[in-house]
Design a protein around this ligand. Structure first.
Ligand SMILES: [Ca+2]
Ligand SMILES: [Ca+2]
Length: 296
């Protein structure tokens, strides 16, 4: 028979393992202690504040209410011997993604909106236009800017987010309004029109860089209230240049058309043969006679 004297005991080797979890999920403390006697008592202090939360012999689980890095300790006592093991355990915060923005763009135009992210990158997000979900992976920075080109007014929202550690919660939304509510800007210029060149006025001659916020210059519909000028219009005439964009919005500008009658009149008359003594009838067949022409 062996006689023990003094505080002779078998010293335990306390140990446990844990893996990081996301907040709200129970974290497992897996007992890895050795040299544990049958009468060993366990004391788990899961936040190392000196107050023991669990006295379970063997593995435990615990759910922390807040994301943080905690120091946890396990003390095993058997007889007069004890051992304490401490280890940091990690509880990750759930990431968040918040979509914001909203813009009015021209038809065919693209818009940008912003997704603010919390957590630890890289993130993956899934957003939707209400019909088709789109997932973007490997986002490394916050905020993430997203460019979209909706064919019509569309509201976007987020469906899910996850970061390097956890899946999280999403919020917010962004509406991209596709429309043109801005009329074009008609800019005219004064024109001198020489009747010798035909007397036809073109919109290109009067247009002086008219433009629109959405419609390309070549796609604008230009028209004039008067395009044909004759010698009776000699002098200054006011014309109206009308501009219509693809949205049907209209703007007008006035311009002065100075008509120059530079056509030489063609003098002609007929004088049919008449009997001697009878009056000969002279008929004026002149053309291109200006209103200010004088006859002699
Ligand atoms: Ca404690
Ligand atoms: Ca417009």
């Amino acid at each position: 028979m062996v006689k023990l004297s003094g505080n002779v005991c078998n010293t335990p080797a306390a140990s446990f393992t844990s893996s990081p979890v996301c907040v709200g999920t129970a974290i497992a403390f897996l007992d890895a202690s050795t040299e544990v006697a049958a009468d060993a008592s366990y004391a788990w202090d899961i936040d190392n504040d000196g107050t023991v939360e669990y006295t379970t012999a063997g593995s435990i689980t615990h759910t922390y209410s807040e994301a943080d890095t905690y120091t946890a300790s396990l003390t095993i006592t058997q007889g007069a011997c004890s051992d304490t093991y401490t280890q940091q355990v990690t509880v990750h915060a759930a990431p968040t993604a918040t979509l914001s923005g909203g813009q009015t763009v021209c038809p065919g135009g693209s818009a940008e909106f912003s997704i603010a992210l919390t957590g630890t990158g890289p993130w993956s997000i899934t957003y939707t236009d209400g019909t088709t979900p789109v997932t973007i992976n490997d986002i490394t920075a916050s905020p993430h800017t997203l460019q979209v080109t909706p064919g019509s007014t569309t509201t976007y929202s987020l469906e899910s987010v996850s970061d390097a550690n956890c899946s999280g919660t999403v919020s917010g939304g962004a509406t991209v309004t596709v429309e043109d509510t801005t009329p074009p800007v008609a800019v005219g210029q004064n024109v001198t029109l020489h009747l010798s060149e035909g007397g036809n006025l073109t919109t290109a001659a009067v247009n002086n860089g008219s433009s629109d916020n959405c419609t390309a210059p070549e796609a604008l519909v230009l028209s004039l209230d008067k395009t044909t000028f004759t010698c009776s219009d000699t002098g200054d005439n006011t014309v109206v240049l009308t501009l219509e964009d693809a949205a049907g919005l209209i703007h007008t500008a006035q311009a002065t058309v100075t008509v120059v009658n530079d056509i030489a009149p063609v003098v002609a008359f007929t004088a049919p043969p008449a009997c001697e003594g009878a009056a000969t009838v002279f008929t004026d067949m002149s053309t291109d006679v200006a209103t200010d022409a004088t006859y002699a």
